[in-house]
Design a protein around this ligand. Structure first.
Ligand code: G1P
Ligand code: ZN
Length: 543
């Protein structure tokens, strides 16, 4: 066994995006691509000698090979120990849980979230810091800077570790411990929620379907829902993780989770339906013929938090990403707590949670979480809802109807245009930017434009500034149209248009969101010239 220094050259395009470095598997398989990035991480995060690293991924194609390479590099770079999930698998929230529980220095998570997997699909890697959360921008920028001047990486020349066997192994001077991460995660969930109340819900006339979408949450969901909570066998659908997600697109939304959606909107639909994504951090919540927008889900959680054991004393504050609807703000107002508005991406919530300023966080992109870890957490959100339903003994639709009566309804939708030409996508946003001055005071969609800007955020804890986080058109009545380009795609550009309109009138709460927002959608197309520039007459995905 010997340690090698391998010389290398910088590879372009290794800047982490909204959630780590994402690229095609074929790109990651290029000589030195993975190694350069991992060495850049190890060179940028401080003194790692003698420290513990957590390592795991969503099980997608190339996960196992990447884990073996990273283990050998961790050993050569001086880590004392690596905790790796059995089979090389850790859901993203479980990785965050393990980093915190074992006070690791940080973790490497191998995932491209909900993006399709397989030899011709996507792979990804991101570094999480010791609080269990995604590295903040100053760290990801330092990693990127290092990828631009890297000249060599360190790797141990040794045999692979058997990732399927739990236990402690040596790799040079480093210890590798293969752990059962489902157990640690399930233990944390039992501390937070009233498992007895949820168990008793399953003895009543209550039915539930959970779609793991052939991805990482299957084993976790089976242990928690069918094992600990005694939900009937078969509650968990598509529960065997596959390295290509069975050819699917494990993004829990109305388009990609259609198998579950068909069940919840079919005959004899269950009372409750939920799904999670490739790496287990996203969630979709459905009732019988009913969809809960993620923005509303966050607001309902905030309003009902004291029903949950972990949050029974109340929540410190809430945070939402800027494009997420203002539904949670209304709850925060009534509760007399702060509501923070951050840029898109979970990494912006970490400082607020560490400082004790917020307990619950959410994004419109099917992400909700709390300070129990520092990632969004799909199964946690499902358990939160089950606990609410167990206590309130109402339907999902009933909980929402009641919520809207109290707080009003924020009609909300996101329209995604995927695989658009990059120059056209940039121009769509620029068109709106060019009209910032002239739009102000104009009436669009029957509403007066109050202001337009490029969203910028100053972190209230460390003062760091993040600019250009979305083009906003804000109306006097609180309605909003927001344009953003995705930072997680691996080919072409994705334009996201976020539409929101507030409706206090209960009589109008039954409207379909697309109907309620129709004039806003027209206005968005008109000011951006999106149809003309992209040649698209409808979005790829509507959520
Ligand atoms: C998307 C979502 C964002 C989320 C991220 C990672 O990023 O919009 O809210 O944090 O995935 O799950 P985007 O592609 O928009 O940059
Ligand atoms: Zn994800």
């Amino acid at each position: 066994m010997s340690e090698h220094t391998v010389s290398t050259q910088p590879i372009e395009g290794q800047r982490p995006g909204t959630s780590g470095l994402r690229a095609k598997v074929k790109t990651f398989q290029q000589p030195n691509y993975l190694e350069n990035f991992v060495q850049a991480v190890f060179d940028s995060i401080g003194d790692i000698s003698g420290q513990t690293l957590v390592l795991g991924g969503d099980g997608r194609f190339y996960n196992r090979e990447a884990i073996q390479t990273i283990l050998k590099m961790a050993a050569a770079n001086g880590f004392a120990k690596v905790l790796v999930g059995q089979g090389g698998i850790l859901s993203t929230p479980a990785a965050s849980c393990v980093i915190r529980k074992y006070q690791a220095f940080g973790g490497l998570i191998l995932s491209a979230s909900h993006n399709p997997a397989g030899p011709d699909e996507d792979f990804g890697i991101k570094y999480n810091i010791g609080n269990g959360g995604p590295a903040p921008e100053n760290v990801t920028e330092a990693i990127y800077a290092r990828t631009l001047n890297i000249t060599a990486y360190q790797i141990l020349d040794c045999a692979d570790i058997n990732l399927d066997e739990k236990g402690k192994f040596s790799m040079g001077d480093m210890q590798v411990e293969v752990i059962d991460a489902v157990a640690d995660y399930a233990a944390l969930m039992q501390e937070l929620f009233d498992f007895d109340a949820i168990r008793s819900l399953f003895t009543q006339d209550f039915s539930f379907a959970f779609d793991a979408m052939h991805a990482v949450t299957g084993p976790y969901a089976k242990v928690i829902f069918e094992g600990l909570l005694k939900a009937p066998h078969g509650t968990v659908m598509n529960g065997e993780p596959k390295d290509d997600f069975a050819g699917g697109h494990p993004d829990p939304n109305l388009t990609y989770a259609h198998e579950l959606v068909d069940i919840l909107y079919g005959e004899d639909a269950p009372d409750f339906g939920a799904a999670s994504d490739g790496d287990g951090d996203r969630n979709m919540i459905l009732g019988n013929h009913f969809f809960v927008t993620p923005s509303d889900s966050l607001a309902v959680m905030a309003a009902n938090a004291t029903l949950i054991p972990a949050y029974k004393k109340g929540i410190a504050g809430v945070a939402r990403s800027m494009p997420t609807s203002g539904a949670a703000d209304r709850v925060a107002d009534v509760l007399g707590i702060d509501c923070f508005e951050t840029p898109t991406g979970w990494k912006f919530f970490g400082n607020l949670m560490d400082a004790g300023k917020v307990t619950l966080c959410g994004e419109e992109s099917f992400g909700t979480g709390s300070d129990h870890v520092r990632e969004k957490d799909g199964l946690w959100a499902v358990l939160f809802w089950l606990n609410i339903l167990a206590v309130r003994q109402e339907s999902v639709e009933g909980v929402l109807a009641d919520h809207w009566v109290t707080y009003g309804r924020n009609f909300y939708s996101r329209h995604d245009y995927e695989g658009v030409d990059s120059a056209a996508a940039t121009q769509v946003l620029q068109n709106v930017r060019d009209q910032f001055d002239s739009l102000k005071g104009q009436t669009l969609a029957g509403r007066v434009v109050q202001m337009c800007d490029d969203f910028a955020y100053t972190d209230p804890i460390d003062g760091s500034v993040s600019e250009n986080q979305g083009v906003r058109v804000l109306f006097e009545d609180g309605s909003r149209i927001i344009f953003r380009l995705s930072g997680t795609g691996t080919s072409g550009a994705t334009i996201r248009i976020y539409l929101e309109s507030y409706e206090p009138d209960t009589a109008k709460h039954g409207l379909d969101a697309q109907e309620a927002l129709a004039d806003m959608i027209d206005a968005a197309n008109h000011i951006s010239k999106l149809p003309e520039l992209t040649g698209r007459d409808k979005p790829t995905v509507i959520t």
